[in-house]
Ligand binder design. Structure first.
Ligand code: PEP
Ligand code: MG
Length: 842
């Protein structure tokens, strides 16, 4: 073997083997060799060599076989750069032939020898000669008779004798594995796992440790690891099967290591010394490879051989525990631990999930709008949802789309499913805020709310009361109730989050509208509230009526009278929020939505309203019509409402100031932040500012108490971003509302985009749904311009983002680079944001 030929390299402590040239498996095996572990002799073939083999250019087989001596028995395994990219299956027992079989029969017994030969003939037939695996289905795959039968099938089908020359066998196996890697299906599969189109494959050829034998000590194979894959907690676990090879122990009825196993004695009982050695080897791997590893091993006549080491498979919860333990044991740094966790995988710890091992009966796919999963009975209205919750029956609210009227139904439901809508539709935003699993835009389902049925594309019909499951983590709707895994945060999660907070350099606040949201935000250590949407406070039953009276008021005086009744309610809301947040900043957005959202949309609702307000029905319908707009999202809403009906903001400002005084009496001093929505001109800010200052002065006068507050602008229109310099003159902060800003930059309705977004993404018009992933090129440029112009005019300007994008790692990277002070996102995304922010700072 020439060590100067890096294409074919005997793995020694110093051989030039790298993951980028020979693959991750070859590199890992070399590390094991360096640790002096009992690794069978192994030769690595480089990506280049394997690529040439696929093209028909074989290496010199004598050179390749030389290290293994005469009559070797070998195993060939794939070695891609990243083990997760997969590769063709391992082929064992290469080199066996009639002569070797006879010899082995004498030492191992006929049965074991036959099983070795048979395994190879069968894989050769399927992978190299490409015979249909079904052909071997009826063959009794055991003993010398089985072997004879498999050889007969092979020779009948190929019309050739089974190759006897080990060099020929090995060459064929290498060629078939090299070609399998270059096939289209394999390429697409690995690309889906993130591999580049031209990812290389290395191969490792390893001397077999047999795992079969008789009379000279224990023989078998298995795997061992030191932690539990589901929890990450220390637990020596694994599988072992006497008289077996390869991954037999993982498939068959192998015994578990741990306790006594009814299926047979454990490895610990059969081979206590080998067991102890394996634990020591795996510990050493953990220590020196700086990773929790699973060792693949064979025991041959009582001798332990370590064939391979792979990263222990793990779910998100175990991943956090493992990373924290490694750091606490001083094996990796805290920064490394932070970098090892994919921020989005935190969702698995924050919400219930469907057990990945549970069977899934999928009915439809939609947009994964809010993570977590829940099962319950179908209900088609908010009222039914409340009734169901009152009976203690978990229910799933199924709607075409949700509107503010559905809020209470959403609170009563365990999950929400809508036919329409996208990432920033009402159901999605509210669902995320509440931590409620939600799938929107499931347009392949046919919703018939009147008939109370839901038709599935495969023809099944579901009715109210039937049980379904909404998986908001991956956007699926399933029949029935699959097994679930509970949310599990635990100590390791808290520790990791603490480390994240120590390194990150951009703030993370939460969007929180209710005391429950605020409490969640605090529990997740958000640094304040970045957006409190006050309008949600008006949908409570007792307030809605007063709100409607306010809308029906004929003039400013009447409006003020209704608002006077809303004032104490709003003040109480704010006092509660301030108390929960204990002096942390709370940014309150003044009233934003178009008024028609508070009015009923059908005739029955109009009639009820006429009764409640003691008005003729015609007055009600006339007013509803007068308020209706062609493009409500571009009409009379946000600051436009604040300027045309200033009494609303007056009331809100007063409620905020009075609450500030009240909450500061018995707690930490409160400095409220007041934010004006949907601004597009400097004059809007001036007008609102004048009235808010007046309200502050009035409250100070009346109470004789002083307080401070900050006034800022929500940048949601392209014009506000462009004119940020003059707007900033009157604002102590700018917060980018990227939901509306995206809607307006694209001229694309956020409530309707769901209908065609998947087509657009599939056809590559947009790389991603821009309501989901911040459009860095377009909307991002507006953020950049707004930030720069704003800061130039006012260097101490506080900058933030509060649209749904705020919790996405990509947006966080962008905002951090643009010098933003903080991001604000749904409470349940706060941990994801804290970790992602930390990773950018490491
Ligand atoms: C926004 O537009 O980005 C925003 C946060 O406000 P809303 O979603 O309430 O319109
Ligand atoms: Mg908005």
């Amino acid at each position: 073997m020439q060590q100067d030929n890096p294409d074919i390299t005997l793995i020694t402590q110093t051989a030039p083997v790298a993951a980028t040239t020979h693959g991750g498996r070859a590199k890992c095996l070399q590390r094991l060799v360096r640790l002096n572990l009992p690794v069978p002799k192994t030769v690595a073939l480089s990506f280049d060599a394997v690529h040439r083999i696929a093209g028909g250019e074989m290496p010199d087989m004598q050179v390749l076989l030389e290290p293994f001596g005469p009559a070797p028995l070998l195993c060939v395994r794939p070695s891609s750069e990243d083990p997760d990219w997969g590769g063709p299956g391992a082929v064992l027992n290469v080199g066996i032939n009639d002569a070797r079989y006879l010899k082995l029969s004498q030492t191992l017994g006929l049965r074991a020898a036959a099983s070795i030969y048979l395994r190879f003939v069968q894989s050769f037939a399927i992978h190299v000669a490409r015979l249909d695996p079904d052909m071997f289905e009826d063959v009794a795959l055991d003993g010398p008779e089985g072997l004879a039968e498999v050889l007969r099938v092979y020779e009948d089908e190929t019309e050739e004798p089974f190759p006897q020359d080990p060099a020929v066998q090995l060459a064929e196996v290498l060629r078939s594995m090299a070609r399998a890697w270059e096939g289209t299906t394999a390429r697409l599969l690995r690309q889906a796992k993130g591999a580049p189109a031209d990812a290389g494959l290395g191969l490792v050829v390893q001397e077999m440790a047999l795992g079969l034998g008789q009379g000279q000590g224990e023989c078998g194979s298995g795997v061992i690891q030191l932690v539990d894959s589901k929890t990450g907690l220390p637990q020596i676990t694994g599988r072992y099967l006497s008289q077996s090879q390869g991954r037999d122990a993982l498939e068959g009825d192998a015994s578990l290591f741990l306790e006594r196993d009814p299926r047979g004695p454990s490895l610990q009982e059969l081979e206590p010394e080998g067991f102890d050695q394996l634990i020591a080897h795996t510990r050493l791997m953990r220590q020196r490879l700086r990773e929790e590893m699973q060792a693949e091993f064979t025991i041959e006549n009582g001798q332990v051989h370590v064939l391979d080491g792979v990263r222990v498979a793990r779910n998100a919860r175990a991943a956090v525990r493992i990373a924290v333990s490694l750091a606490e044991d001083g094996i990796i740094s805290r920064d490394d631990a932070l970098m090892r966790i994919e921020p989005r995988s935190m969702n698995e710890l924050l919400h219930r999930q469907i057990d990945p091992d549970a069977p899934r009966d999928r009915l439809a796919r939609g947009i994964a709008a809010s993570p977590g999963a829940a099962s319950g009975r179908i209900v088609f209205s908010a009222a039914e949802a409340q009734a169901s919750a009152a009976r203690g029956e978990p229910c799933i609210l199924v709607r075409r789309e949700t509107s503010p009227e559905d809020i209470r139904g959403m609170h009563a439901a365990v999950a929400v499913l809508t036919e329409r809508g996208g990432m920033t539709s009402h159901a999605a935003v509210i669902g995320r805020g509440m931590g409620l699993p939600c799938v929107v835009g499931a347009s392949s389902l046919s919703f018939q709310p009147r008939r109370k049925t839901l038709m599935v594309p495969d023809g099944r019909e579901f009715r109210a009361g039937d049980i379904i499951t909404v998986d908001g983590t991956n956007g699926e709707v399933l029949a029935g109730e699959p097994a679930m895994l509970e949310a599990a945060q635990g100590d390791a999660f808290q520790t990791l989050m603490g480390w994240a907070d120590e390194v990150r350099d951009i703030g993370v606040r939460a969007n929180a509208d209710t005391p429950a949201d605020a409490q969640t935000a605090r529990n997740f250590n958000a640094q304040g509230i970045g957006l409190c949407r006050t309008e949600h406070m008006f949908f409570e039953a007792d307030r809605l009526t007063v709100m409607r009276e306010m809308i029906f008021a004929d003039d400013g005086d009447d409006r003020r009278a209704a608002l006077d009744r809303l004032l104490p309610m709003q003040r109480a809301d704010f006092i509660e929020l301030f108390r929960i947040m204990q002096g942390q900043p709370v940014c309150i957005r003044l009233f934003d939505p178009p008024l028609h959202e508070f009015l009923p949309s059908d005739r029955a609702g109009h009639r009820e309203l006429a009764e409640a307000l003691d008005l003729p029905l015609s007055d009600v319908t006339r007013r509803v019509e007068a308020l209706s707009e062609y493009n409500p999202m571009l009409g009379m809403r946000g600051v436009r409402l604040g300027i045309t009906m200033p009494e609303i903001y007056d009331m809100q400002a007063r409620a905020i100031f009075e609450a500030t005084i009240e909450a500061s009496k018995d707690g930490a001093p409160v400095v409220p932040e007041i934010m004006i929505p949907l601004v597009s001109a400097k004059r809007e800010v001036e007008l609102v500012k004048t009235r808010i200052d007046a309200a502050a002065a009035a409250v100070r006068n009346e109470t004789g108490r002083d307080f401070t507050f900050r006034l800022g602008v929500m940048v949601e229109t392209p014009r506000a971003a462009l004119r940020a310099a003059e707007i900033a003159q009157h604002s102590s902060f700018l917060s980018f509302g990227t939901n509306d800003l995206t809607q307006m930059t694209y001229g694309l309705s956020r409530d309707d985009a769901g209908r065609f977004m998947s087509t657009y993404v599939q056809q590559g018009v947009f790389p991603e749904d821009p309501f989901h992933q911040l459009d860095i090129e377009g909307v991002g440029e507006l953020l950049q311009i707004g930030a720069e112009r704003g800061r130039e005019a006012r260097p101490d300007l506080v900058l933030s983002i509060c649209g749904e994008h705020g919790g996405n790692p990509e947006s966080i990277a962008f905002c951090r680079a643009a010098g933003f002070n903080y991001v604000s996102c749904s409470p349940f995304r706060v941990p994801v944001a804290r970790l992602a922010a930390a990773q950018f700072a490491v």
